[in-house]
Each structure stands twice: as structure tokens, then as C-alpha cells.
Design a protein around this ligand. Structure first.
Ligand SMILES: Cc1cc2nc3c(=O)[nH]c(=O)nc-3n(C[C@H](O)[C@H](O)[C@H](O)COP(=O)(O)OP(=O)(O)OC[C@H]3O[C@@H](n4cnc5c(N)ncnc54)[C@H](O)[C@@H]3O)c2cc1C
Length: 299
């Protein structure tokens, strides 16, 4: 299939044979056959219609901050929702952010406006779409606390708004993950607060992240979900696994649940290291760690 026929159908850029390491925070991943950088929801719908009509697989990604793209790359079309769709509007306490805005940007911007509700999210490099898809969370808070509704493109390629009440959600999980919906906007309900205090809370959150997380090296944040009543990072640490290395992937010395890319690391290195960590934690503590990062593409 000649994917260049897609070009005239969308306003955003259409690129070919694009190394996905440029679009993941781990800086890992083989090439996508075709990468589309949409300008709006209509662009996304046009790509999906094209893909369906031509039987070409498609994958949607946001900021690539929770993804392990395998070394063989991704066949078909990757729709990357980012800078082309990164504006927001504010009406009283309701903030409507397009999916390509980042959560960390929205945490700061809302605080600057004296709007309370997202301070805990400072430093999370998720796109708003990715945060709504996975229910990003930190420090006892989660995105669905403030999400009021989302604009989505459904399986029939229709753009519509769903209320939070129509969705189910839990720890790093939402019903959007089951029904193949693509999030194009999130309506976030904040409340009025004191701008100075909110900005101080944002700074405090960022300070905490810098203190506890290896932000100087590429990663995808927490690799494993926290098992009920415990922390995956704690289990990795007490199992003596910090510093363990496979190729250029290393369990961070600073945070047990981060695997960092020391430079030129492959997805295979990360997968082998994840297997070793899971096996050792299971052997020592009988806990099976479940991956939080999502694996896409071909080995
Ligand atoms: C340094 C660091 C710190 C982190 N800290 C946290 C943290 O504290 N809390 C936390 O929850 N996460 C954290 N993460 C992980 C990550 O930011 C979240 O999992 C986030 O929700 C992923 O969003 P994304 O836009 O990067 O999605 P991607 O990684 O690009 O994609 C993840 C999944 O979401 C889907 N997706 C993305 N956008 C859309 C969309 N618009 N519509 C439908 N599906 C979509 C993709 O198909 C994929 O299945 C951290 C990551 C890093 C690198």
C-alpha cells in the first residue's frame, strides 16, 4: 500500500520511516512506516477512515511517556497527538484542553490562573489524551478526580462527547482502554484557589520528583504497577535490584521502579531486564509485578 496517498487527506505532517525513539521519552523504538502529526480531530478521523478503507493498521500515541516501542518498529500508521493539537480554553472553572497539551503544562497553566485541581500532576510528561486514556495519577490523586467529560472519536469514526459518568475508571485503567476510543479533548473541572499557593504547590511537587526520580536519564516513569497495598519500587529495592543492568538498560539507583536508558538502549534490553526483575521479586517476595508500561510494535 502506498501510504503517500494519505498526504492530501490531512492538514498535519505525514512522515515516513520515522524512528520512534524520537517520539518516546525512553528514546527507544524501531521505525514506524508512517507517522501523522494531526492538526485537529478531523485529521485523526480522516486517517482512520483511510486506514480502514485500505486495511492498514493504525496506532494512536500521545507523548510516548508510557510506551516501550519494540525494536522492529510499527507497521502501518502511527497517529501522534502532540504539538499540533495543544491549545486550551478556560470558561470560569472549566478548562477544555486538546489532547496534545501535556499534563505538566496544564498543571502550571491552571495554577497560574488561580485554578485548583492539577497541582499534583506537575512533572508528569503525559499528553492530556494519554492521561485520560490511562487515568494518570500521583501522590494519592488521579486525573479522573477533575475530568468532567471527554471529546472522543469512537469506533464508528464519529466525534462525540462522553461524560465521566459514562466511563469506568480505576488505578491506571479506564473503559476507554477497552473500546478503542481516541481522546481529542478533555474537559477538566477545577475550583478557584490562591494563585501563589497553587504555584508553590506545583514547585513543591516538581522538587519532590527531582529528589526521588532519575529525571536526568530517559525513562518511561514507573515500569510496574503498584501491587495492592505496596509499592513496586520498594519491592525492587529490597530485592537488591537497583543498578542491575542489561545492555544499556539499568534499574535506576535512585528509584527502583524506573528503568533508565544509559544511551542507545534497545527494547530487547528493557524486556530482558524487566523479566529479570519480575523473576527476582517473585522469588524473594512471591509478588508478581504487572507492567504499567505498554508494549507496542514488532520485536
Ligand atoms: C519521568 C516520568 C514520570 C512519570 N510519572 C507518572 C506519574 O506520576 N503518574 C502516572 O500516571 N504516569 C506517569 N508517567 C507515565 C506517563 O506519563 C503516563 O502513563 C501517561 O498517562 C501516558 O501518556 P502519554 O501521552 O505519554 O501516552 P503514550 O505513552 O503515548 O501512550 C500510552 C497509551 O495511551 C494511548 N493514548 C495516548 N494518547 C491517546 C489519546 N489521545 N486517545 C486514546 N489513546 C491514547 C496510547 O495508545 C497508549 O496505549 C511518567 C512518565 C515519565 C517518563
Amino acid at each position: 500500500m502506498n501510504l503517500s496517498a494519505l498526504k492530501p487527506k490531512v492538514k498535519g505532517d505525514v512522515l515516513f520511516d520515522v524512528p520512534m525513539r524520537k517520539y518516546t521519552t525512553w528514546h527507544i523504538g524501531g521505525a514506524a512506516d508512517c507517522l501523522v502529526l494531526p492538526k485537529d480531530a478531523e485529521d485523526i478521523a480522516a486517517v482512520i477512515r483511510f486506514a480502514m478503507a485500505n486495511d492498514v493498521p493504525y496506532t494512536v500515541i500521545g507523548n510516548g511517556s508510557n510506551l516501550l516501542v519494540l525494536d522492529g518498529g510499527i507497521r502501518g500508521i502511527v497517529i501522534r497527538i502532540g504539538e499540533g493539537m495543544a491549545t486550551y480554553t478556560v470558561e470560569n472553572t472549566l478548562v477544555t484542553a486538546k489532547s496534545g497539551c501535556t499534563l505538566t503544562k496544564m498543571a502550571r497553566e491552571t495554577a497560574k490562573l488561580g485554578l485548583k485541581g492539577l497541582e499534583w500532576a506537575a512533572g508528569i510528561p503525559a499528553s492530556i489524551g494519554g492521561a485520560a486514556y490511562m487515568n494518570a495519577g500521583a501522590y494519592g490523586h488521579f486525573f479522573y478526580e477533575t475530568l468532567e467529560a471527554a471529546e472522543i472519536i469512537d469506533r464508528d469514526c464519529k466525534i462525540r462527547v462522553v461524560s465521566k459518568n459514562d466511563l469506568s475508571y480505576g488505578y491506571r485503567h479506564t473503559s476507554l482502554m477497552e473500546n478503542g476510543a481516541i481522546v481529542t479533548k478533555a474537559m477538566i473541572r477545577t475550583s478557584y484557589g490562591d494563585k501563589t499557593q497553587l504555584l508553590a504547590a506545583v514547585e513543591e511537587t516538581l522538587k519532590l520528583r527531582r529528589k526521588n526520580q532519575p529525571l536526568d536519564l530517559p525513562s518511561a516513569g514507573s515500569v510496574f504497577k503498584n501491587p495492592s497495598g505496596d509499592h513496586a519500587g520498594r519491592l525492587v529495592e529490597v530485592s537488591g535490584l537497583c543498578g542491575l543492568r542489561v545492555g544499556n538498560a539499568q534499574v535506576s539507583e535512585k528509584h527502583g521502579n524506573f528503568i533508565v536508558n544509559l544511551g542507545g538502549c534497545t527494547a530487547e534490553d528493557v524486556l530482558t531486564l524487566m523479566d529479570q526483575v519480575q523473576a527476582e521479586v517473585k522469588r524473594q517476595y512471591g509478588v508478581v509485578l504487572e507492567p504499567e508500561v505498554l508494549k507496542i510494535g514488532r520485536p
